[in-house]
Design a protein around this ligand. Structure first.
Ligand SMILES: [Zn+2]
Length: 129
């Protein structure tokens, strides 16, 4: 089974965004390389309401590595909806952050909607700086 990793600071940003959008849904795209989620893109003009968040796909940065999605659920339920499952199909990794948005309030899924293991890791300092 393919294992995924996410930097702790990225996960913290996801939870902060989820809290600030609450009770609406927050959504964004994930940048990953070698199965490590390194960054998050907030798509401009994303419309959100209680039930859904619509991403303007024409505004998604054209990058090979932008291959994941993240969105929040304003309820303590991290299971994907049918709409989520169809959206997941074109992504390698999909995160659902759910209420109360602690650092363990998330689930991750592959393109088939199957739950995958996502481990939180600490970003190494850039020693060249
Ligand atoms: Zn959802």
């Amino acid at each position: 089974m393919v294992k995924w990793f996410i930097y702790k600071d990225v996960l913290e940003s996801i939870m902060e965004f989820s809290k600030s959008f609450y009770p609406n849904e927050f959504s964004g795209m994930l940048y990953s390389k070698d199965n490590i989620i390194e960054d998050i893109y907030i798509i401009p003009q994303t419309k959100s309401n209680y039930n859904s968040a619509v991403i303007r796909l024409d505004l998604v940065p054209m990058s090979f590595y932008v291959n994941g999605s993240v969105h929040s659920h304003p309820t303590p339920n991290g299971d994907p909806s049918n709409a989520d499952l169809s959206f997941f199909q074109s992504k390698d990794i999909n995160i659902i952050a759910y209420y109360p948005f602690s650092l363990s309030s998330f689930k991750a899924y592959n393109s088939f909607g199957k739950e995958v293991c996502l481990e939180v890791i600490i970003r190494e300092e850039n020693k060249n700086l």
